[in-house]
Design a protein around this ligand. Structure first.
Ligand code: IPE
Ligand code: IPE
Ligand code: MG
Length: 239
């Protein structure tokens, strides 16, 4: 079986999962955060090299103040746990998203997570937090424009697809091969829109807190049944 090198996940359905158990939404977020580690281990076991999870979108600030507050509090404790898990499981962690809107403690934790795991050689784990594709592109274009202005990029005609990729938060990370979205919605919700151009898309009704290693294996089985195409040619037959 071919294992996708990079799997991206939109972890959705925490709230509905909790509601179906007559529990508050935040209970779903707590269980959902705990499940992230389970799936990191599963991904590593299966030989996946890059795993990118969507934890909080630039649009998620629109939720009730109470929910946003509870999520930020959860991210504080989750990032502390992640620092330990990265060490124990040899994971290299990176953060995607607009850092400057996060509070100081969370930013400090995220920096520590990235710095302390920099030399780890196992699973590459990306946390998308306060992430939105459109925001990522805006930030990239601003930086690129600065570099044209200062002459680091001599002429706009030098700008290629590779240049743009290198200005995104995912610079140096290969594009996802497989996108999984849990809990039944079939949209991208502003996730990795540039990077997912040729990914296989997989949607499952299973809500995130219930998503297991078995479900990840099912997604990879389905991925193997797909004939990946790139510009109308089967992958590997490009030449
Ligand atoms: C995903 O679960 C977690 C976040 C987006 C933070 P949701 O909170 O979106 O749960 P549902 O989709 O409302 O059930
Ligand atoms: C997408 O889920 C964002 C994350 C998983 C962090 P949402 O539940 O916020 O997306 P919409 O609102 O259903 O599109
Ligand atoms: Mg949702």
């Amino acid at each position: 079986m071919e294992i996708p090198r990079h799997v991206a996940i939109i972890l959705d359905g925490n709230g509905r999962w909790a509601k179906s158990r007559n529990m508050p939404r935040n209970y779903g977020h707590v269980k959902g955060a705990a499940n992230v580690e389970v799936i990191c281990r599963a991904a590593d076991d299966l030989g996946i090299k890059y795993l990118t999870v969507y934890l909080f979108s630039t649009e998620n600030w629109r939720r009730s103040q109470d929910e946003v507050k509870a999520l930020m509090k959860l991210f504080h404790s989750y990032t502390r746990t992640a620092i330990r898990q990265a060490r124990e499981n040899n994971m290299r962690c990176r953060v995607l998203g607009k850092e400057d809107e996060l509070d100081d403690t969370l930013r400090k934790n995220l920096r520590e997570l990235v710095e302390s795991s920099r030399n780890n050689t196992g699973l590459n784990f990306q946390l998308a937090i306060n992430y939105g594709s459109r925001d990522e592109i805006v930030r990239a274009v601003r930086k690129l424009s600065e570099d044209v202005k200062t002459g680091r990029i001599g002429d706009p005609s030098q700008i290629t697809e590779e240049t743009i990729s290198s200005y995104l938060d995912t610079a140096d990370i290969p594009d996802p091969d497989l996108l999984i979205r849990t809990s039944g919605e079939m949209r991208l919700s502003n996730y990795l829109m540039w990077q997912l151009s040729y990914a296989e898309l997989y949607f499952t009704k299973t809500p995130w807190p219930a998503f297991s290693k078995k479900d990840l294996e099912l997604a990879i089985e389905e991925y193997n049944r797909r004939t990946r195409r790139y510009g109308g040619l089967k992958k590997g037959e490009e030449d």
